[in-house]
Ligand binder design. Sequence first.
Ligand code: GDG
Length: 474
Amino acid sequence: MGGRLVVVSNRIPTEAEPSGGLVVALHSALCAKGGIWIGSHPDLSEAPSAQLQPIGNEQRYTRLAFQITQREHEEFYLGFANSVLWPVCHRRGDLVDFKRSFQNAYMEVNKRLARLIVDVVEPDDLIWIQDYHFFPLASELRKLGFTGRIGFFLHIPFPTLGDLGALPESANLADWLADYDLVGLQTRADVARCLEMFRSQNQAEVMLDGRIKYGAQVFSVRSFPIGIDVKAFARAASQTPTGADLGPDMRGEYILGVDRLDYSKGLPNRFRAFAQYLEKRPDKDRRVSLLQIAPPTREEVMAYKQIRSELEELAGRLNGTHAELDWTPLRYIHRNINRDLLARLYRGARVGMVTPLADGMNLVAKEYVAAQDPDDPGVLVLSHLAGAAEDLTEALLVNPYDIEGMSDALSQALDMPLEERKRRYTACMDQVEKTDVNVWCNSFISALEACEAPLGWGNSTMNHNPRKTLKPAT
Ligand code: GDG
């Protein structure tokens, strides 16, 4: 089918060959199909940008950036996106920090971006919008008369009906989502929560074919579990013999955690569970350490300052209690580390500990599995509240609020016989391969292409998209 792919995401790569699964998948899709990638410029501007500007030297498709101001960075990005929507979606209504100016900036940025996008798209282009920064973008594009296909993918959990109550009334997720043709979510559980939200609305009807009719709009909500570039990750993990370049301290047995330092990732409870494991372990001479890589993120937001202090205090207490003169049980690295080194660290770890309190998918869980040596694999301990748990059912699933349960799971993982480790690894790896990032990307694009064909530009003053009136399912 014709039409270019137009991807819109908050971050846009600037390097010629970008790294990182998601970025690479979108990059390859754009290289194959041609099109445009629109994202936020890494530099802030004095005044809101009046046009999109080319960024980087990519020849195979066009990269365009929009600039936001310092105030918009504070109110749109750190404010509404990350101090309101992020906690609401991660079941942390208690951390919501709402100001009206945040929502105004969020709407302003989305409106401006829509105006910039309509200047560069054609009616038969496929627009694919990524994530919670841009929930209202389709509505804004429709108001400007764009009637072509627009898809949306939410990388984080879809909020529960109860948590949605923490959003201001004017931030109406149902209205915003209904202007897309296809809404992609990470898991079946996310789809169920999204349908529950629509069922609670008088004007919504879930049709027999699963599509939703909302007023005059008809659209689909489906799960597309995101994955990783499995082959590239496995290759990086096996490049150097484990331990050889990691320093003498990493040659012993270790448990690995890798997470942006975010309150959704459940790090304090993970530290507590490790402390409990150390206290209860029968063989006090067994020196298993926990290596926690936790690069900084959104450091200006108060809730992130708090989680950092809490972790530093816990780490200090844990090492103060359990360290020996020649052994530090917890290594906590608050820095970003090189991706290839990370892959090798995954492979060397006896246990990968992924215990978020809420997570859209969690790619670390999939990376840990992909990095293992099939002849001597480590064990994934995985929170049942991570999206990844829906498919990785052969990981050791834990409740991240149950410290004793996680401590027991650590003992079980560390003592697990080789045959059981292999069996669990094979089942998990099978799932990781089936849902790799190219499958994710291609299946979303195919589903969006299969949505009804566009009719062309509408009247720029209209509020509704006439194309999306109810037609029998095909
Ligand atoms: C959001 C959703 C969803 C981490 N530390 C370092 C480093 N990383 C890399 C990991 C992994 C990525 O960052 C983190 O991805 P996650 O999926 O675990 O989590 P979020 O950042 O919260 O991502 C999440 C995802 O979007 C995709 O849809 O799965 O649920 O929250 O790739 O390896 N990479 C390097 N150094 C580090 O120190 N190089």
